[in-house]
Design a protein around this ligand. Structure first.
Ligand code: ADP
Ligand code: MG
Ligand code: MG
Ligand code: MG
Length: 417
């Protein structure tokens, strides 16, 4: 299959086409025994579970277009290349067991063979069902601190980091999706937008006429585009996390790109605030008070774990060219390093709130909605839940520089709810 040109796999052709790859047969057995099913519920790619006589494996293959939209929206296969390279780096930086293990990569076929996570479920699904996976705050707080710190000039040699910056700079088309869908389209009548109507019509018109908000959204886009600070996951929402009560894995880093540390953190926390507001829509007579409080605690805990681990890495692994110990600790001024750390974390906090704000907006006003709200069947109720998230999002984007703590944000979320 190495020399053949790209062709999308089907459940029928998969055994013949992948049956001679050692990385598969050695793990799941000979192809005669394979059964495949396509389980991709994502917006972009094919994902197959292949069951063999000795086990199961995941085959993820990029399509030359956006699955959600169809062939009219072409999207390059090379996103699979970036996903592969990001998975390798995330495992090296966050440790084995943070992401699925990669067994095989074929650049021409744009396919990655990886560990089948079981009995894991998508975190978004777990949250919609009212489950409270106990490890997510600590596991994802650590994941973000380690991948984001260790992919940056705080930690890498300048040469290594610049080589990675160049490698991922070519992920132009996926970046373009983020640049348009997150920062721009929600704020005007872009053709692919949709929202719960008529419930949100008034609010949508208000947001699109909100000059302060539009300026902030573009300032955040400026930050996203200009601050090539670290290797981001780039799509770190609750649909890119798979969990059990004992394990947390981050999947699907095809949007990987050099951008601001605050982007991944903000996107993840935004998805928790959306889960919080959506919870009212999934109660069906069984109140979710405990879960709502838990979600808010996950938000503060995630940030606290991120903050503590980032600080630890700052003190022990700051080997890159930025904030070098040669001007701080080595000159007998360790407090300068601490002051710089507080400043760096303060900026991440402020920007993270802004990214969270626009992420909430785009999931309600843009093209890519999330199931948390979409699966609230009763439209009035859905609109009411979405409205609260829009309001919080506006507050975060516009007032982020004046917000001092997450408990302050959570108090507002509770008042809106
Ligand atoms: P897309 O890029 O199209 O969003 P994802 O990587 O998010 O694709 O995968 C889509 C779905 O396939 C996931 O939501 C999950 O249900 C399933 N999946 C993906 N990778 C794995 C894995 N390693 N183990 C088990 N299921 C997986
Ligand atoms: Mg996905
Ligand atoms: Mg783990
Ligand atoms: Mg994806």
């Amino acid at each position: 299959m190495t020399d053949a040109p790209y062709q999308a796999l089907t459940i029928d052709t998969l055994p013949a086409r992948l049956g001679s790859i050692d990385a598969l047969t050695s793990r799941i057995g000979p192809p005669a025994s394979w059964r495949s099913r396509e389980v991709g519920d994502g917006n972009l790619n094919l994902v197959f579970i292949v069951d063999g006589e000795r086990g199961s494996i995941i085959v993820k293959q990029a399509l030359p277009y956006v699955r959600l939209v169809g062939e009219s929206w072409p999207l390059p296969l090379k996103r699979s290349f970036f996903e592969y390279h990001a998975l390798i780096r995330q495992e090296a930086r966050a440790g084995k067991g943070a992401v699925p293990e990669v067994f095989h990569y074929d650049e021409t076929q744009a396919l990655i063979v990886m560990e089948f996570l079981t009995p894991h479920v998508i975190l978004r699904r777990a949250l919609i069902e009212g489950r409270m996976p106990p490890r997510i705050a600590s596991d994802l707080g650590l994941f973000m601190a380690r991948t984001l710190f260790r992919g940056s000039d705080f930690s890498m040699t300048a040469r290594e980091r610049k080589a990675d910056l160049a490698l991922f700079a070519d992920n132009v088309e996926l970046c373009d999706i983020t640049e348009n869908l997150v920062f721009t389209d929600p704020y005007f009548e872009a053709p692919l937008n949709r929202h719960t109507s008529p419930e949100l019509d008034g609010m949508v018109a208000e947001l699109r006429a909100d000059r302060d908000l539009k300026v902030e959204a573009q300032a955040l886009k400026h930050l996203f585009a200009a601050r090539a600070e670290t290797l981001l996951h780039g799509d770190l929402h609750s649909g890119s996390v798979m969990v059990t009560d004992a394990d947390t894995r981050v999947i699907d880093p095809e949007f990987a790109f050099y951008g601001p540390i605050a982007f991944d953190v903000g996107m993840l926390l935004a998805n928790y605030w959306m889960a919080f507001f959506a919870a009212r829509g999934h109660e069906g007579g069984k109140p979710r008070d405990e879960m709502r409080a838990w979600l808010l605690s996950v938000i503060t805990d995630t940030w606290n774990v991120f903050h503590a681990e980032f600080s630890r890495l700052w003190r022990t692994e700051r080997k890159g060219m930025l904030y070098a110990s040669s001007v701080f600790e080595d000159r007998g001024d360790p407090l300068a390093a601490e002051q710089a750390l507080q400043r760096v974390l303060g900026d991440i906090f402020t920007d993270m709130l802004g990214f969270a704000g626009v992420e909430m907006h785009r999931r309600i006003l843009g093209l890519a909605h999330n199931a948390d709200f979409e699966e609230i069947a009763e439209q009035k109720l859905r609109g009411a839940c979405e409205m609260r998230a829009l309001k919080l999002g506006r507050h975060l984007a516009v007032n982020r520089r004046h917000i001092r703590s997450l408990s302050e944000v959570n108090e507002l979320a509770v008042r809106l709810d």
